[in-house]
Design a protein around this ligand. Structure first.
Ligand code: NAP
Length: 478
């Protein structure tokens, strides 16, 4: 190992440490930004170290790719709103998967050509079994991530139906295709130099097909869990690439990506009180925003005006704000902060209750409220705040639905039964801001909306809160 190789190895070590520190930082809102910077620095070091490797003989294509990728990446990041983040992540994973699969195909061809020369010269295997296994996983998972992520993007964007698409024997067919592909891979690992090439390309085809088939039966609203799982596959594919190319940094970063994506998917499923298999095979959730189930007589609810709601807030000593997906849709976070400031000026105590699966991605509410400069110490997790609702004068539900549905605690037939929810109904008054009586993500009616202490203020959350701020500022005290 010459001095250049030693420096590159050192740089990779530094990158790996930075990647681990990045993940650690991302686990808390205070350290999140720092975590991102550390991750970016780690990636920069890894890229520069790779670029100075002596195996690189020309830079033209690399520079062209770097410029084009940076241009597209910057443009997308500047233009995409926070509510479209899951779509944007799905899109990036698709390219990550495709790139990994293409690297695998190229490496396969290179090694196969060498193998032909080696066999003619009757020497040892040119392609080791380990390399063949790694390449197989790489192209299979890379191809699956590519089409799976495109499907996830399409479902979230509404280009493909968000409803689960199911048919009889679907799971059996997918499982059969999966094990068939593993059998093909097994044969190639045993006979790495002589296994027919069609087997390798059938594996790529099977990965592409399974990406589509496995995501079709999953409802659009479950896509964040799927995206996180595909993220994990992309990481494992990169890890396999590392074994094929003998690159330690790819092995380490791929393993980190693979395991953190998998853990995140598990945590999301757990927070929804659903098993992982229910998310993947349960065909859960009708299309989002469907009307509440009909059939019986229309149930009565208290529709209130902005003035009514402002009067309740103004008369409250303590208020808990519960944000949900609707806050993200209406981009009401700045207005929420202004309302809290107006109430605090009157001496009201304002806290925020943050549910682990509120919104459509982990930390969704934290990110939005941080963007509006809401202090971290005003945000409380489910466990920390759930006992406070019974001692609170008013709860302001801003575009949340499933996370405040008391039916999750009592209705054993409900698809969200068992999901931990906020005890908002225990507060003296509950003000719900949403546009209609429609359901949220799970398609389940919310009995909170029909309780006697609940006021429904229908309309876009941001517009309503702006009016509330004016009312509270102009209205009487308590
Ligand atoms: P939700 O149950 O999806 O309800 C959101 C509500 O926001 C809707 O009922 C909608 O009612 C309202 N809304 C939409 N646009 C609005 C606007 N402009 N102004 C006011 N209201 C608006 O949301 P949630 O309570 O946050 O619960 C999240 C759900 O997503 C959970 O079921 C969770 O399991 C699921 N999920 C979360 C994640 C995650 O990582 N966070 C991942 C996967 C799934 P209207 O249409 O009547 O306005």
């Amino acid at each position: 190992m010459d001095i250049r190789d030693q420096l590159i190895a050192l740089a990779y070590l530094a990158s790996s440490i930075l990647f681990i520190s990045c993940l650690r930082g991302l686990s808390s809102p205070e350290q999140g930004k720092r975590g991102v910077y550390l991750g970016e620095l780690g990636m920069l070091i890894a890229v520069v170290a790779t670029l100075v490797k002596k195996e690189i003989i020309s830079y033209e294509w690399i520079v062209a790719g770097l410029l084009l990728g940076s241009l597209i990446g910057t443009a997308i990041s500047l233009k995409i709103p926070m509510t479209k983040m899951p779509e944007r992540i799905a899109f990036s994973h698709a390219f990550g998967g495709l790139a990994t699969a293409l690297v695998g195909v190229t490496e396969f061809h290179k090694l196969r050509d060498l193998a032909t020369v080696a066999t003619t010269a009757s020497t040892e295997h040119a392609m080791s079994r380990l390399t063949m296994g790694a390449l197989g996983f790489e192209v299979f998972l890379g191809s699956l991530t590519f089409t799976g992520s495109i499907m996830a993007f399409g479902k979230l964007q509404g280009v493909i139906t968000g409803a689960p698409v199911t048919w009889k024997g679907q799971n059996l067919m997918n499982i059969g295709a999966f094990f068939g592909t593993l059998a093909l891979l097994g044969y190639q690992v045993v006979y790495p130099d002589t296994a027919p090439q069609w087997m390798f390309f059938t594996m790529c085809g099977s990965g592409l097909a399974l990406g589509i088939l496995a995501v079709l039966p999953i409802g659009g609203a479950d896509m964040p869990v799927v995206i996180s799982l595909l993220n994990s596959y992309a990481g494992l594919a990169a890890c396999a690439t590392g074994f094929a190319l003998k690159s330690n940094i790819l092995i380490i970063s791929g393993a980190l990506d693979g395991s953190s994506g998998f853990l995140l998917s598990m945590m999301m499923s757990k927070a929804m009180n659903r098993s992982f298999s229910n998310v993947l095979f349960g065909a859960f959730g009708v299309a989002e925003g469907t009307a509440a189930p009909t059939g019986g007589p229309a149930k009565a609810y208290n529709e209130a005006t902005v003035e009514d709601a402002a009067a309740v807030l103004a008369a409250s000593q303590s208020v808990i704000v519960v944000p949900g997906y609707g806050m993200a849709v209406s981009q009401a976070q700045h207005a929420v902060r202004d309302l809290a400031a107006a109430l605090e000026k009157r001496g009201t105590e304002v806290k925020y209750a943050i549910h682990p699966v509120a919104g459509r991605m982990p930390g969704h509410m934290n990110v939005l409220l941080a963007e509006a400069n809401v202090p971290y110490d005003a945000l409380f997790d489910l466990d920390m705040i759930n006992d406070d609702f019974s001692r609170t004068d008013a709860v302001l539900v801003v575009g949340a639905n499933d996370v405040v549905n008391p039916g999750a605690k009592t209705d054993t037939k409900s698809p969200i039964y068992g999901m931990p929810v906020f005890n908002v109904e225990q507060a003296r008054s509950v003000i719900v801001l949403k546009r209609s009586m429609n359901t949220g993500f799970s398609g389940v009616e919310n009995e909170l909306f029909f309780l006697s202490n609940t006021m429904m203020v229908l309309g876009d959350a941001k517009k309503t809160i702006i009016s509330l701020v004016n009312e509270v500022k102009g209205g009487g005290g308590h």
